[in-house]
Unconditional design. Structure first.
Length: 433
C-alpha cells in the first residue's frame, strides 16, 4: 500500500503506443499494469496484450490475477475490481472506449489521466464524451476537480475544448518505440513513385473523399497506394494491405510520401515513419503535422497545387531541393523521440502539479471518508447515497487527527453487514461528539 501512488493502471493496449509509453512510465519510476483482456472487434484491431509489465508490480499475486482476468473496456467495473484498483493504484490512464472512461470517472478514487490523441476537425472530446455517456458525464468530471487530467498527446488538442477540460490539460507527448528507429535515415528513393496511404477508400466516406481528391490532383503522376481495404478496389496502383517489412521498403525506396490530412488536431503514424526513414514528406501546413513543426517550411504546403509542384520537383530528381527538404524534416521525428518526450513528460508532470498531487497527504477526515467509501462499495452500498454519505461525512467531521489511524484501521477491518456498520458508525459518532 505504501507504494500505491507509484503504481498506474495504463488501460490503453495500443500496439504502437504501449511499447513506448508503458516503458516510459517504468523509466519514470512507476509500476505499470496493462489489461490482458481486450475487445475483439474490428475497431480495436490495433490492440495488443503484453504480460511483461506484470514484472514491475509489487501487488499480491491474487490481486494481479483478478485484474488480469477482467475486461476493463466493455464490462461495467464491479465493486471488487474497483476496490482493488483504489487500494493498490494511485493513477489510471483511460480512453473513451466502451465503458472505460465513464467507469473510471465515476469509481476511481485517484488521479485520472484521460489520454487524448486527437479527433477530426468537427469533433471535440467534450462532445465525444457526451455522445458516449450522456451529458451528465461533464458534471461527473467537474466533481472530480483536480483529480481529472486532460492528458493530451499533442499540445494543440485542448484549444477547442470547454474550460472544464482545457483548464485540466497536461501535455504528455506521444512517442514511438525503439523498433521505429531501426531503419532510420535508410531512404534511397530509387523507385520514382509517390507513396500514398489510404485505407477503405471505397466503403468509408471519409477516406473515399480523400482518395478521390488524391486522384484528382496527383493521380496522373506515378504512384502506389497502400492501406487495408474491406472490398476489392478497381485500381492497378492499389497494393492494399502490406506487411510491415514491405511498408518499410516502400518508405525507403519510394520517391516521396504524400500526406493528405488537413486535420488540425490529428496526425497518423505514416508521415512520422516516413520521416524517420529519411523519406521526403509533402503535407499541409494547416494540419497538425504542420502545426507541430512550424520551423519546417519545405514540403509544408498551403494548397494541393503547391503540393503537386513539390512532388514534381522530387520526381524530377531535384537533389538539392530533396536533400534540403529531408534535412529540415528531421524535426518531425524529433518531436516523437524519447529524448524529447521523456524530458517533456518529466517537466510537465512536475510543473502542472501532478507530482505534487501524488505526494499530498490527505487529512485524517478525508482518509476516513476514502476508507469508509471503499468498504461501502465492497459491501454493495452506494457511498454517494445522500443518507449514507451524511453519516460518513459526520464521522469524518468529528474525527481527531491523532485517532484517525486507529479509527480507520478499526473501520477497515470490520466485517459487519452494511446496516450494522452504519449503526456502528452512528454509535461512534455519538461517543466521539
Amino acid at each position: 500500500m505504501r507504494n500505491k501512488n507509484k503504481r498506474v493502471l495504463w488501460l490503453l493496449n495500443h500496439k504502437t503506443l504501449m511499447p513506448y509509453e508503458a516503458q516510459l512510465l517504468t523509466e519514470l519510476g512507476y509500476e505499470v499494469f496493462t489489461p490482458k483482456v481486450i475487445p475483439k472487434t474490428p475497431s480495436f484491431r490495433s490492440g495488443t496484450v503484453d504480460f511483461g509489465y506484470d514484472q514491475t508490480l509489487t501487488i499480491p499475486k491474487h490481486v494481479l490475477s483478478k485484474l488480469n482476468q477482467f475486461d476493463f473496456y466493455e464490462t461495467v467495473w464491479p465493486t471488487e475490481i474497483v476496490s482493488l484498483m483504489n487500494r493498490y493504484f494511485g493513477t489510471v490512464y483511460v480512453i473513451p472506449y466502451g465503458v472505460q472512461a465513464k467507469e473510471a470517472i465515476r469509481t476511481f478514487a485517484g488521479q485520472i489521466m484521460f489520454r487524448a490523441f486527437g479527433l477530426d476537425n468537427t469533433q471535440t472530446y467534450a462532445n465525444v464524451l457526451q455522445l458516449f455517456y450522456g451529458p451528465e458525464i461533464l458534471a461527473d468530471i467537474a466533481a472530480l476537480g483536480d483529480r481529472f487530467w486532460f492528458a493530451q498527446g499533442y499540445e494543440q488538442l485542448a484549444e477547442c475544448e470547454p474550460k472544464l477540460i482545457s483548464d485540466r490539460a497536461i501535455y504528455l507527448p506521444i512517442g514511438v518505440p525503439d523498433d521505429f528507429w531501426t531503419t532510420a535515415n535508410s531512404y534511397t528513393g530509387v523507385d520514382r513513385r509517390v507513396l500514398f496511404v489510404c485505407p477503405n477508400c471505397v466503403t468509408n466516406p471519409y477516406y473515399a473523399a480523400i482518395y478521390a481528391k488524391f486522384k484528382e490532383f496527383i493521380g496522373d503522376l506515378p504512384h502506389v497506394i497502400v492501406g487495408v481495404q474491406d472490398v476489392p478496389v478497381d485500381d492497378p496502383h492499389m497494393l492494399g494491405f502490406v506487411s510491415n517489412e514491405e511498408l518499410i521498403r516502400l518508405y525507403q525506396e519510394s520517391a516521396v510520401l504524400y500526406y493528405h490530412s488537413t486535420e488540425r488536431r490529428h496526425v497518423h503514424y505514416s508521415p512520422i515513419e516516413a520521416a524517420i526513414n529519411g523519406m521526403p514528406v509533402v503535407y499541409y501546413a494547416e494540419s497538425l503535422l504542420g502545426r507541430m513543426t512550424p520551423e519546417v517550411t519545405l514540403g509544408s504546403c498551403t494548397s494541393p497545387e503547391e503540393a503537386r509542384r513539390c512532388i514534381e520537383r522530387i520526381l524530377a530528381g531535384d537533389r538539392e531541393y530533396s536533400n534540403a527538404l529531408r534535412d529540415q524534416q528531421r524535426a518531425i521525428p524529433q518531436k516523437l523521440s524519447d529524448e524529447y518526450c521523456q524530458a517533456v513528460w518529466k517537466q510537465n508532470l512536475h510543473e502542472r502539479g501532478f507530482d505534487a498531487a501524488l505526494r499530498e497527504r490527505r487529512s485524517a477526515p478525508c482518509q476516513l471518508i476514502d476508507h469508509a467509501a471503499e468498504r461501502l462499495r465492497e459491501l454493495g452500498v452506494n457511498p454517494n447515497d445522500p443518507c449514507v454519505f451524511k453519516v460518513v461525512d459526520e464521522i469524518a467531521r468529528f474525527a481527531r487527527d491523532d485517532e484517525s489511524s486507529r479509527t480507520t484501521s478499526t473501520l477497515a477491518a470490520t466485517r459487519a453487514s452494511p446496516i450494522h456498520r452504519i449503526a456502528g458508525w452512528f454509535n461512534w459518532h455519538r461517543n466521539a461528539s
